[in-house]
Design a protein around this ligand. Structure first.
Ligand code: ZN
Ligand code: ZN
Length: 371
């Protein structure tokens, strides 16, 4: 994709003064800042303008651009380098140099989100659970309704900043008059002064409270899942909406079952005789015991699938499967009779080994020969 010329992006002439460039950029930024403009292409227009301004407002980069045009960042040309255009920054930052009070101190502000980590049992994650959690959070003070002032009184508008929360500091420099804004020191940027503080919250307008919140953990939730409980975060300020509560689910491991997504894995032991002769064995699943037919001649580490015996799918219908791995266990303590019978078995087996075993023996023989 070919890039538009930076001067064209900002709609200025090549001979434009730094002041004109700045003006042109501010106009575009105001028009396309994603906080203001929700159009689909606003973000890319904003980024384009910011990139153009970043280059054209920097004497060195501008001179380089004027001489060489767009530089492919992949070519690693000195000086330029790849730039991060990911963030937007705040409109305020952009126009007032940042660092100060960012927003109108009287504007409503959304409450903070909260995060809570909860550990649940393996089967609770599989089947879901209705539960309650206790969380500490800040809430609007009931005594003063969040104003921070003693009931019957009101916070007063700050006389220093007249409610804006900012102080202007004017400096006369060689380049002209520079106006800086900083947080008002009289009201710490609040725009208001509380003379008689509320006795409950001591002027904060908020109090810490322990809240019990009921939580519905859906069946099939997995370790690391995050549940959002809308509006159960901290209270907003000046009538702003509350934040959300995020509950992070940790699932305890199970002694027998292992889980991978919606599927369950388990391992069951088989005796040599069961594996050789075949058998029907009982397998525990998440809900019940089921019978599993082991065919004669089953090898160790063979998997059998119990369809639909896994975890209910969190989204959509049905459930996963249970995978049963059978492990043939070699007996460790034999009595005389068993030992005798196995010797007899071995003698009778002779050279009649299984085809698969033969190929293993073949490969081993070759390895002995150094092949
Ligand atoms: Zn003030
Ligand atoms: Zn209060």
């Amino acid at each position: 994709m070919s890039k538009r010329d930076y001067y064209e992006v900002l709609g200025v002439d090549k001979s434009a003064s730094p002041e004109d460039i700045k003006k042109a950029y501010r106009k575009l930024a105001r028009q396309y800042h994603p906080d203001v403009n929700k159009a689909a292409d606003a973000e890319s227009k904003f980024k384009e303008a910011k990139e153009a301004y970043d280059i054209l407002s920097d004497d060195q980069k501008k001179a380089q651009y004027d001489r060489f045009g767009h530089v492919d960042p992949n070519q690693g040309m000195g000086g330029g380098g790849a730039q991060d255009f990911g963030g937007f920054g705040d409109l305020f930052d952009m126009f007032f140099g940042g660092g100060g009070q960012r927003r109108n101190p009287n504007a409503p502000q959304r409450g903070n989100d909260l995060q809570y980590t909860m550990t649940i049992e393996f089967k609770e994650a599989v089947f879901g659970k209705k539960t309650e959690i206790n969380i500490p959070r800040t809430e609007t003070c009931d005594t003063c309704q969040g104003s921070g002032a003693k009931p019957g009184t009101k916070p007063e508008t700050c006389g220093v900043c007249h409610g804006s929360g900012q102080q202007e500091v004017v400096q006369n420099t060689a380049f002209g008059r520079i106006v800086n804004r900083r947080v008002c020191s009289a009201c710490q940027g609040q725009g208001k002064i509380i003379k008689d503080k509320c006795g409950t919250c001591h002027g904060a307008g908020k109090v810490k409270k322990q809240r019990t919140i009921s939580l519905n953990i859906p069946a099939g939730v997995d370790d690391g899942a995050q549940l959002r409980v809308s509006g159960e975060g901290e209270s907003g300020t000046r009538g702003g909406p509350p934040g959300d509560l995020y509950v992070v689910i940790r699932v305890k491991p199970h002694d027998f079952f292992e889980r991978e997504g919606d599927d369950i894995y388990c391992e069951v032991p088989l005796t040599f005789a069961q594996a050789a002769l075949g058998d029907e064995i009982e397998i525990p699943t998440l809900t019940e015991k089921v019978k599993l037919k082991i065919p004669a001649g089953t090898q160790t580490d063979t998997y059998f699938r119990l369809k639909g015996k896994g975890v209910p799918r969190l989204r959509g219908h049905g459930q996963g499967d249970q995978h049963v791995k059978v492990v043939v266990v070699t007996p460790t303590s034999l009595n005389d009779e068993q030992r005798e019978l196995l010797r007899e078995f071995s003698r009778l087996s002779g050279e009649q080994t299984h085809e698969q075993q033969q190929s293993i023996f073949e490969r081993m023989k070759k390895a002995f020969l150094g092949e």
